[in-house]
Design a protein around this ligand. Structure first.
Ligand code: ATP
Ligand code: MG
Length: 535
């Protein structure tokens, strides 16, 4: 490959490059020195100067011609009123660079940053870093002893950080640390969950836009919201507090006042001014859990507050400002709330930029084992007592915990309670098979009462779903069965989730390969499709 020609872009140094008479050759002059290196020939130099220094620029150009006839020097006059004015210098340089015909195939560009005002040097740095000037920085320094003809040194700094292995590795490690922090160090194995947390990490450190966390109870929405905040706080990206409220607890008159504050005397009971949670969250994060429970007035006020970063406290005639990151949580499907007019479409659109659907534990059975180990480790640390499973007990517990029978309806909370019971009851720091069997019975009991089949409420209108004629043609037997299946589907999170619930028994006996497929076929037999069932 042919070596690319070296092109230097630099400011004339009005002090450093100056010098009169023959004595100037005994002085180290950075711009001239660039042309004095025998081992590197500069093909062209773009020498930027302000109009006042034209004479000096001419001298430097002539001197370079004597030491390095191969070097062409282009004098580039810049009409700068104040070389210390950042805006002016940056704009001039930017315009010049934008118009310059860079030819990176044939030429390499060195931006000389030893000369020029500090402002000019910073601008050069910024333009190189942003690749407006596609080159490396060149920093020259004088020889130890200044003698005639000595060039000193020239160091190249490449701002393309990806080439710096050390920095790149450090960055990777930091990112891995952040992801581990969001997962509290649990080495989760579920690919979907891991990809989700990876993305949340990137968004958490880069964005202040609203984030929406969706997921069933106990999936970790509140936990993750707080961790995201702590990550930003540790990186000095947030100085304010983490403010958290469950919107389901906000009811009636007090709701708006709790969120937006109020003016003293604005309603009975408003004995003094109140800041409100939005203002308290200024420069921090506001976590609105169960945001779907907000009333219509509060939804409208919230939308304005996040769009304009200002709002009216209740009863106030002056707006107040607050700048916070909104993190919203919900275990409802806000899309259907919007469709049914319970949730404002414009507010949903605003908070639906980064939406993360956290899977429940049953959706990531491979993560149960690392979570169990994590919970045992926490138990040991908190109680100064290490507890382990017997091998057979461990296998039995995990087998049940990962089976379709274990629905983990309270997700992490259920698992945490279960492990706590086992660890507390374990004598001599060992969890034996008998304890596991008792725990499994307890979980079965728990889920039998709180599980999906017990909560099959709500209306299913088979006439509307199938059409009156087809519904009427069904035997009562089929009608009852279909009615129950549709109920399970309507409250399931996905086709697979519904399949798992409906075919639990045959699944445990491993007699069904794909329960989602079996369910799909059953629905198709009745002319129904998963998407028709309110998902
Ligand atoms: N990744 C995790 N690592 C450690 N603990 C977790 C993790 N996720 C959740 N937890 C713990 O599990 C419990 C439930 O989590 P969390 O309160 O965040 O759930 P949630 O989704 O907000 O539930 P809800 O909808 O009921 O508010 C908490 O005690 C939390 O500390
Ligand atoms: Mg929560």
């Amino acid at each position: 490959m042919k070596k690319k020609s070296i092109i230097v872009i630099g400011f004339l140094g009005t002090q450093l490059d100056a010098g009169q008479g023959a004595g100037r050759w005994n002085k180290w002059r950075p711009t001239v020195s660039l042309a004095q290196h025998e081992d590197m020939v500069v093909s062209r130099m773009e020498l930027l100067y302000t109009l006042r220094h034209k004479a000096l620029a001419e001298v430097v150009k002539a001197d370079i011609a004597t030491v390095s006839p191969e070097t062409t020097v282009n004098l580039v006059p810049l009409d700068l009123e104040d070389p210390w004015d950042f805006g002016e210098v940056y704009t001039r340089l930017y315009d010049w660079a934008r118009a310059y015909a860079f030819d990176t195939e044939r030429e390499q560009y060195w931006t000389h940053i030893t000369t020029g005002t500090h402002v000019a040097q910073i601008c050069m740095f910024l333009l190189s870093e942003s690749r407006v000037v596609p080159g490396v920085l060149a920093q020259t320094s004088p020889p130890k002893k200044q003698r005639e003809g000595e060039a000193g040194t020239c160091t190249l700094i490449d701002l393309d950080l990806s080439r710096y292995d050390v920095i790149a590795r450090r960055f990777d490690a930091e990112q891995r640390d952040a992801v581990a922090f969001l997962k509290s160090g649990i080495a989760t194995r579920n690919a979907r969950f891991n990809a989700l947390i990876d993305e949340i990490e990137r968004v958490a450190v880069r964005s202040r836009a609203p984030i929406l966390l969706v997921g069933p109870t106990g999936a970790g929405k509140s936990f993750l919201a707080r961790r995201m905040f702590e990550l930003k706080q540790a990186r000095h990206q947030m100085t304010g507090p983490f403010v958290e409220v469950n919107c389901a607890t906000l009811r009636g008159d007090g709701a708006a006042s709790t969120l937006f504050g109020h003016k003293k005397g604005s309603f009975t009971g408003a004995a003094s001014d109140r800041a409100g949670l939005l203002r308290t969250a200024n420069q921090g994060a506001l976590f609105l859990d169960e945001i779907g429970e907000l009333g219509p007035d509060e939804q409208a006020m919230l939308l304005k507050a996040i769009e304009e970063k200002r709002f009216f406290p209740v009863g106030a005639d002056k707006e107040v400002e607050s700048d916070f990151q909104l993190i919203a949580g919900t275990n409802r499907d806000l899309r259907s709330d919007v469709a049914e007019g319970r949730f404002r479409e414009d507010l949903f659109a605003r908070i639906n930029l980064w939406t993360y659907d956290l899977p429940g534990l049953a959706q990531r059975p491979e993560d149960i084992e690392p979570n169990v180990d994590h919970l045992l480790a926490i138990h040991a640390a908190e109680n100064h007592r290490v507890v382990r499973f017997n091998a057979e007990a461990r296998a039995g517990y995990l087998r049940f915990a990962q089976s379709g029978e274990a629905i983990w309806s309270g997700n992490f909370r259920d698992l945490s309670a279960s492990v706590t019971r086992l660890a507390t009851l374990a004598d001599g720091g060992r969890i034996p098979v008998a304890l596991v069997e008792a725990e499994i019975a307890r979980l079965r009991w728990l889920w039998k009462h709180g599980g999906p089949t017990a909560t099959l409420s709500g209306d299913v209108d088979l006439d509307a779903l199938l059409g009156k004629e087809r519904a009427a043609a069904l035997d009562l037997f089929d009608r009852l069965q279909l009615d129950a299946v549709v109920r399970v589907c309507k409250q399931a999170r996905s086709l697979s989730d519904a399949g798992r619930q409906l075919f639990q028994a045959s699944r445990a006996q491993r007699s069904v390969v794909n329960d989602a497929d079996r369910l799909r076929k059953y629905l198709a037999k009745h002319g129904l499709d998963w998407n028709q069932l309110g998902h």
